[in-house]
Design a protein around this ligand. Structure first.
Ligand code: SF4
Length: 698
């Protein structure tokens, strides 16, 4: 299998949260052959276009190969000492909350664990947040409200066992293609019905039985309507409701929300609600159209309410399934890499949890209040409260809302460190210190995908130049800051064992995340570790949660959360009459640091664009391929028009990938205002307001 030469190495695709297994074979000259791993439970051999082009993205073009301090190459010793000294001095002068880490779902769990331990345990601040804040923070908040913990109840296998799959705010066909292949396979095998709920007609509508092109932001109204229908149709599971609290208030709220606008006609809504009600096995897959919203947490809970009220959770073929954008968004949640979480799903606000973590780490302090979430963190950088910032594997100067203001804030920060694989990002160009990190195919560690499956990433290529693993860089700085023994790690296996042991303490507090069954894993077993879904303890492994009706709130009951529809924060009007939606393309990844290296991926859609409805284009005298100027209250872009009725009248869509490096006039997040969900802090990236005009007429 797989040809001759060097043996194949089993690893995990570094792109989306599906977490597909890959088999890698190095050619000995820096190249890599890639195929899907037939034994991996996430993909069973399948790969999408991005995964199968991974071998084209591992070249050393654009790689950062040595540390740089103020633009000059230097050795690790000088660079690490400078970082440690700067952070220590800043903390001594201005306190622990004057520094911050902004990290990434690209990091492996072991890297994430060390970053979180350094900030929360030893620096003594909770100012560590992650670009996952832009991805699934609303789901975390919704899960915690409903279940008591951030628990994904089900598993990918539920897709094959479902009779109805509902995609909400998810262009699964482009953003999680292998999962979409599994949905289509279920349709073929057992006639599974597919409903897509999305303002746009996307590739995911191909093969769907129903497309509900709702008004942007109206998801809560639609799921409240569903909840009311379930009640009126006698579909509430009374035995399961006894395992919950909040039913009466939730029902009242759902009935009161019945007239909220969805943009759909009554017959469409009725047909959807009846289909959902009649079908016992329903999986609701939701993603950024739900999360990236000022009512994102409420949208999540509106979906969870319907599953809880009917007991359609924790059983084969049933349940809500959040799909995340990044390969290790879940691992970041497990280690507590968000500003409002403690390690291993323990609570920052709980004194017993804090003292248990502090004792385990033998740490001087653990903060008792949440740190700054991403948007607030960069505001604090901009107004001078944050004086030393470390950014790891992410490009906030492009990807944060109000990206121009974020870029200016980073530029003005007294001390900025960037760890990355390249110096050629908008953010890396602003760094005082640049630290060369190993890339995906050079790293060793673990990642956790959307259905809680922990998989190994294994290095198959040597680290080029002076590049080092992130855990090693972070641990070295921790040692040089004076925290010695706590960061004296020899390998990712050692970090994993510590993480697994801490998770056992979390399990002792009744938390869901418990992999203590792996706390004594040997180096050899870690090297050979098979994909496995948590929890992994002496008595539990990888099963679905909540089939027993036991939840993680103190009374073991779930919470139904009364929610009401709210319009997006920004209102359209005469000055900004269009609603701008942003999103991914099939063949690009984030800010294109890797995917742009593959000519075949770049050939799919080669330049940035704006999708406009034909009626709007005609009214504005815009022809296909015209350049259009797009202005919002916070920024402006120039994009090429594509005229399509895939978007509704009054709405436009633009992809998010282009940067100051690749298309300076098309940095889409310069248009997005930094309005956030009040509970999750997640920005509203899909409902900006803009004006558009032909560029030569603007
Ligand atoms: Fe990689 Fe996601 Fe494609 Fe799987 S679906 S190959 S994880 S990008």
């Amino acid at each position: 299998m797989g040809g001759g030469g060097a043996p194949e190495v089993r690893s995990t695709c570094p792109y989306c949260g599906v977490g597909c297994g890959v088999l890698l074979r190095a050619d000995g000259q820096g190249g890599l052959a890639v195929r899907g791993d037939p034994a991996h439970p996430a993909n069973r051999g399948r790969l999408c276009s991005k995964g199968s082009a991974l071998g084209e993205t591992v070249g050393l073009e654009n790689r950062l190969l040595a540390p740089r301090v103020y633009g000059k190459e230097t050795g690790w010793d000088d660079a690490l000492q400078l970082v440690a000294d700067h952070f220590r001095d800043t903390i001594a002068t201005h306190g622990p909350d004057s520094v911050a880490f902004y990290v990434s779902g690209q990091m492996l769990t072991e890297d994430y664990y060390v970053a979180n331990k350094l900030m929360k345990g030893f620096i003594g601040s909770a100012n560590i947040d992650t670009n996952s804040r832009l991805c699934m923070a609303s789901t975390v908040a919704g899960h915690r409200r409903a279940f008591g913990t951030d628990t994904v109840p089900g598993a990918y296998e539920d897709i094959e066992e479902a009779d109805l799959v509902v995609l909400v705010g998810s262009n699964l066909a482009w953003c999680h293609p292998v999962l979409h292949q599994r949905v289509l396979a279920a349709k073929k095998a057992r006639g599974t019905r597919i409903v897509v709920i999305d303002p746009r007609r996307t590739a995911s509508c191909d093969g769907a039985d129903m497309h509900l092109a709702l008004t942007p932001g109206a998801d809560v109204a639609l799921f409240n309507r569903l909840f009311a229908t379930l009640y009126e149709g006698g579909a509430i599971d009374k035995a399961f409701i006894a395992r919950t609290q909040g039913f009466d208030d939730t029902l009242r709220s759902a009935l009161n929300d019945g007239l909220a606008p969805t943009g759909l006609d009554a017959a469409e809504v009725e047909a959807f609600c009846r289909l959902w009600m009649r079908t016992e096995r329903v999986v609701t897959i939701f993603s950024q159209g739900v999360n990236q919203s000022t009512s994102g947490s409420d949208k999540v809970n509106a979906i969870l309410n319907c599953h809880l009220a009917t007991g359609r959770i924790g059983k084969p073929g049933c349940g809500p399934l959040s799909v995340t954008g990044q390969p290790n968004a879940m691992g970041g949640r497990e280690v507590g890499g968000l500003a409002n979480m403690l390690a291993c799903h323990l609570d920052l606000e709980n004194a017993d949890h804090r003292s248990a973590v502090r004792a385990f780490w033998n740490a001087p302090r653990v903060p008792d209040a949440p740190g700054l979430k991403a948007v607030d963190m960069f505001r604090a950088v901009g107004d001078g409260r944050i004086k030393a910032l470390w950014i790891i594997h992410t490009n906030p100067a492009v990807s944060m809302p109000e990206a121009d203001a974020v870029r200016d804030a980073i530029a003005a920060c007294p001390f900025t460190v960037v760890s990355d694989i390249t110096a050629r990002t908008d953010t890396a160009r602003l760094a005082d210190v640049l630290l060369p990190a190993t890339a995906w195919a050079e790293k060793d560690g673990t990642v956790t995908n959307c259905d809680r499956t922990i998989s190994r990433q294994r290095s198959v290529l040597p680290a080029p130049g002076q590049a080092r693993a992130d855990w090693n860089i972070l641990a070295e700085v921790g040692c040089r800051m004076g925290f010695g023994a706590a960061f004296d790690y020899a390998s990712p296996a050692e970090i994993f064992r510590e993480h697994a042991t801490l998770s056992g303490i979390a399990g002792g507090f009744g938390r869901d995340f418990d992999i203590s069954g792996l706390s004594a894993i040997s180096d050899g077993d870690y090297a050979a570790m098979e994909p496995q879904r948590w929890p992994v303890t002496a008595t539990r492994s990888g099963n679905r949660f909540f089939a027993d009706g036991i939840f993680f709130h103190p009374d073991a009951k779930a919470r139904l959360i009364p929610v009401s529809w709210r319009a997006p924060a920004a209102k359209t009007g005469p000055r900004y009459p269009f609603r701008l939606n942003t999103g991914r393309l099939r063949d690009q990844w984030h800010t294109m640091t890797r995917t742009a290296l593959s000519p075949r991926l770049s050939a799919h859609l080669a330049e940035p664009f704006l999708d406009i409805h034909p009626d709007d284009a005609e009214a504005l005298d815009i022809d296909a391929a015209d350049l259009v100027r797009v202005t919002s209250p916070v920024g402006a872009c120039i994009l090429r028009a594509r005229i399509t009725d895939a978007v509704q009248r009054g709405q436009v869509f633009a992809p998010m990938h282009w940067t100051g490096e690749t298309a300076p006039s098309a940095r889409i997040d310069t248009l997005v205002a930094a309005a956030t969900d009040p509970l999750s802090g997640q920005p509203e990236s899909k409902a900006s307001v803009v004006a558009i005009a032909r560029h030569d007429a603007a």
